[in-house]
Design a protein around this ligand. Structure first.
Ligand code: G3P
Length: 218
């Protein structure tokens, strides 16, 4: 399986509204056959990007609801129906209580929506591994949005996270994220045993996101 490179648009001003599709279209021009490139646009732009690009598209979050009377909710069934392939869950910026997370994962599985569940610590990673997500992303909260990559600051913890998760859920693929912004960071992440990375600010905030991503994946 190729490593996953997931660009999380969050709600960066460079990646919302009309700019979201333009950014996604630039990312879609990046041809790197050794990687799976995916994007997680804001929940307000995810449908347009799923429809108008051939990128793998993840939602940034979803709720544990079926279709019906659930005002304001994002349901796994609707995400699937609009062409979204998966969802991030439990990001540091949107933590979910474990019982709710469990029910959300059950519904995502039911509707065949892939899950990337984030964990900020090894302890949390072990707990989440019991839900057997497709991907589990180790992201230490304090490094998110910064310029020191998790691969540089916490290489040993990444190795431990991979080992701990694989012991509990051998099929889950472990990712890491926080501060990833150079090609060395990505190479390092893969050497440490992960199967991909989550990248936040570095791509949307790059002067030329397409060129930046091309160079990142060289
Ligand atoms: O979801 C990815 C993320 O939290 C990492 O963000 O800005 O540190 O790359 P960033």
């Amino acid at each position: 399986m190729k490593p996953l490179i997931l660009i999380n648009f969050k709600t960066y001003p460079e990646a919302i509204g009309k700019k979201a599709l333009l950014l996604a279209q630039e990312i879609a021009k990046v041809r790197k056959k050794n990687y799976l490139i995916a994007v997680a646009p804001s929940l307000l732009t995810v449908k347009e990007i799923a429809e108008k690009t051939n990128l793998i598209v993840f939602a940034q979050h979803c709720d544990p609801v079926i279709l019906g009377a659930h005002t304001g909710s994002i349901s796994p069934a609707e995400l699937k129906a609009i062409g979204v392939q998966g969802t991030i869950l439990n990001h540091s910026e949107w933590k979910i209580p474990f019982t709710i997370l469990k029910e959300t994962v059950r519904l995502c599985n039911k509707y065949k929506l892939k899950t990337i569940i984030c964990a900020s610590t090894i302890h949390e990673a072990k707990k989440i591994a019991r839900l057997h997500p497709e991907y589990l992303a180790y992201e230490p909260k304090e490094l998110i949005g910064g310029t020191i990559s998790v691969t540089e600051a916490k290489p040993d913890t990444i190795v431990k996270a991979v080992e701990a998760v694989k012991k509990i859920s051998p099929k889950s693929r472990v990712l890491c994220g926080a501060g990833v912004h150079t090609k060395e960071d990505i190479k390092h992440a893969l050497l440490l045993g992960t199967e991909g990375v989550l990248i936040g600010h570095a791509v949307p905030k790059a002067k030329d996101p397409r060129k930046f991503l091309e160079e990142l994946l060289m």
